[in-house]
Ligand binder design. Sequence first.
Ligand SMILES: NC(=O)c1ccc[n+]([C@@H]2O[C@H](COP(=O)([O-])OP(=O)(O)OC[C@H]3O[C@@H](n4cnc5c(N)ncnc54)[C@H](OP(=O)(O)O)[C@@H]3O)[C@@H](O)[C@H]2O)c1
Length: 288
Amino acid sequence: MNVGFVGLGIMGVRMAGNLLRGGHSLVVFNRTPEKSRPLETAGARAVRTPAEAARGVSLLFTMLSTPDAVTSMALGKDGFLGALTRGSLWIDCSSVDPSFSRHMALEASRLAVRFMDAPVTGSLAVAEKGELTFLAGGDAADLKEARPLLQLMGKTIRHLGPVGMGSAMKMIINMQLGALMAAFSEALALGESLGFSRTILLDTLVGGPVAGPFLAGKRTKLETHAYEPEFPLRWQQKDLHLACTTAWEQGVPMPVINAAKEAFMAAAADGMADLDFSAVAELHVRKH
Ligand SMILES: NC(=O)c1ccc[n+]([C@@H]2O[C@H](COP(=O)([O-])OP(=O)(O)OC[C@H]3O[C@@H](n4cnc5c(N)ncnc54)[C@H](OP(=O)(O)O)[C@@H]3O)[C@@H](O)[C@H]2O)c1
């Protein structure tokens, strides 16, 4: 199948690579063109505008950072939406809020383009192995058509309802991830202030019933204070922000998530935005 892929960051480049290995003809675009090189070497055609990535493809994936980035690639100068063939399918895998996904579906429908939101869980290593979980919102028939491609990038595909419901579930998952990471950071800080070593704290807490299972994968970063990004902190902050915006839309109070959002804001302001999100723990370390 002729497939377009826009957004070749940490996740996108690995997802697109798996489509290519699956035998699909891939045309790719990234704002920073150098990131297309590994895929070009592997046989993809890299183009210079988002619109060129849409011409002649029957399915286009986006894996972009924020709602603003998706808007700019879809509807900005040389945007891809106007270049997609009528009846083609756009699948947005970016982590965005559900209202935004519904808005993009409306924009797409005006041009007779079908839309699905299909954000993912699983980070760099899981994307590399093609074992992501897709959280899909949209028509069952569209998902059926896309399933063989999604299966090249993921091992679990959940259909959660109409457009927006995939984004909704992703947001609900990531707001917990952020809150757990922020709370664990404070547990480390208080524990160390009481005289426990980081190692004894990690030995005791990680793998226990009150620490998130994902923390096992963050142990080396927390011990070495080296936070090579797998999930950049700025995107965790964005996910918390989007959850808070959605809570405002829904009239749901979220005092804990709002507080966690501010911890990530402080870490970003402290120069950690491009590090892994687990670097939020350094907020406290620096102050002791
Ligand atoms: N990393 C993870 O573990 C993970 C897991 C699940 C979901 N996600 C979500 O997946 C999405 C991508 O994350 P990532 O980790 O791959 O992030 P990333 O490495 O920072 O990649 C972000 C992508 O968005 C593009 N972009 C950002 N702003 C743009 C703009 N204004 N116009 C055009 N393109 C723009 C970047 O282009 P440039 O290369 O030019 O900067 C890059 O292609 C995010 O929504 C994130 O929340 C990430």
